[in-house]
Design a protein around this ligand. Sequence first.
Ligand SMILES: *Cc1c(COP(=O)(O)O)cnc(C)c1O
Length: 515
Amino acid sequence: MEKSDQNKKRENLQKEKNQIFRLLPRVDDLMKKENVQRLAEKEGYERVLGAVRDSVENLRNEISQGIKKGISEHEAKEMIQKFLYEIESSSKKSEVNHLLEQEQKKEIQPVYNGTGVILHTGLGRATLSHEIAEKLKAVAENYSSLEYDLQTGKRGNRTGYAEELLCQITGAEAAIVVNNNAGAVLLALSALTKGGEVIVSRGELVEIGGKFRIPEVLELSGAILKEVGTTNRTRIEDYKAAVSEKTKAFLKVHTSNYRIVGFTESVSAEELYELSTGLIGRTQELPPENFENHTERSEIPVIEDLGSGVLINLEEYGLSKEPTVQEEVKAGADVVCFSGDKLFGGAQAGVIVGKKEYIDQMRNHPLLRALRADKFTMTAIEEVLKCYLDQKEAVQKIPTLRMLTRPVEEIKEKAMVCADRWNQEGASVQIQVEKCISKAGGGALPETEIPSYGVALESTEITVEEIESRMRNLSVPVIGRIKEGRFLLDMRTFSEEGIEYLATQIRHVMERKHN
Ligand SMILES: *Cc1c(COP(=O)(O)O)cnc(C)c1O
């Protein structure tokens, strides 16, 4: 008896639902409505069709939930009426519009960076100059001489010119460019250390981000990790004691995204080079069997993952010391890997420079093909390298270096001009210039606080969270940070173009009500 009661109830509910669902608008009919057609012309038929379909589906779910919670048939009908009204009146609030907007938010698109983090991984790390962007555009729209040698009319090498420039700039014997630095490290280890042991300091067994951990990369390369030293201190003797005939390489990893400070000690590439050469081994008494197979210099390469890869002396610009690629090559590192879109200031790539015999082994490794860099990357890397032929020029022409080295007085001046410009718009907002701190980001110069100036916005009408959200939802999104209850845009990373753009938007952003 009870059971059939329940069944009856369920049947009734289903009947009620079916009746209401029959009132739901049909997607085909909605697509025929005049303003939906207009929208389809603007946004593309398929996109709008998808949004309309999803919005009807959302309405159906909403009503279905509502019925379960006991709303009346009348209320359900009202929901449908409201939905139709919003579509017919092209209301901004309509579900279709909302879905289209949300969809657009998923696209990769330009943003203005007011975070003060120069190499912001979330915002695409390094930016390129206008000139280089123009060259990329030309290469994108046209065929290019990517692997075609214009001097001979024969097949060329896509990385050939970049490699030539790299050797010229870094003083290395040979170079190779791959898709990213994680790939560069993997390639170097796979080609040079497979089946053997790689000696690494316990202070350098780092995670670089996104599950890329040195011990795991080593395992993937087919090498065995031989840890030496401790987290804070590792000495050359520790490496020496760990050397055996199984040793295939010394690996040094730049601890780029953090620093161990205080009671620390680490071993330089130069010391490892000397150890590898056997100089230390011969002058001090080392168990001879350890060196049985290693009297020749070339047998244990020093591989260095520099991470950020700086090619200029940052100390000259008042920043803290970062080992340059040139210095490490000179010190004897046999293989140096670094990223193309960190302090180098190019595009996502992995750059490897070093001794020819090792680079040749990488060139012949099957992984190289899997890690191949594309034509846009190669174009950008070539162009950025051309800038490095003259150091002074590099600092001016490469946006990353320019932002990093720009004197704080210039940033202050820019912030004042910006505040004036925005004040002229008469928006209801308090605008203040104030000191702040920029960061290199991208795992470079982690402990360096770069003095800077920002423009802080505050409103008595809307919350700072609302300002942040509206800025992020502009048609060209403006990304800043909330500091002490105000929305702060750091002028070291915020472009002149961004200042002008926000001048045209600031009144709209600061309006008390939206929609
Ligand atoms: C950033 C970094 C990497 C990874 O470089 P990608 O170009 O992002 O692949 C590897 N090693 C170190 C030390 C790094 O700082």
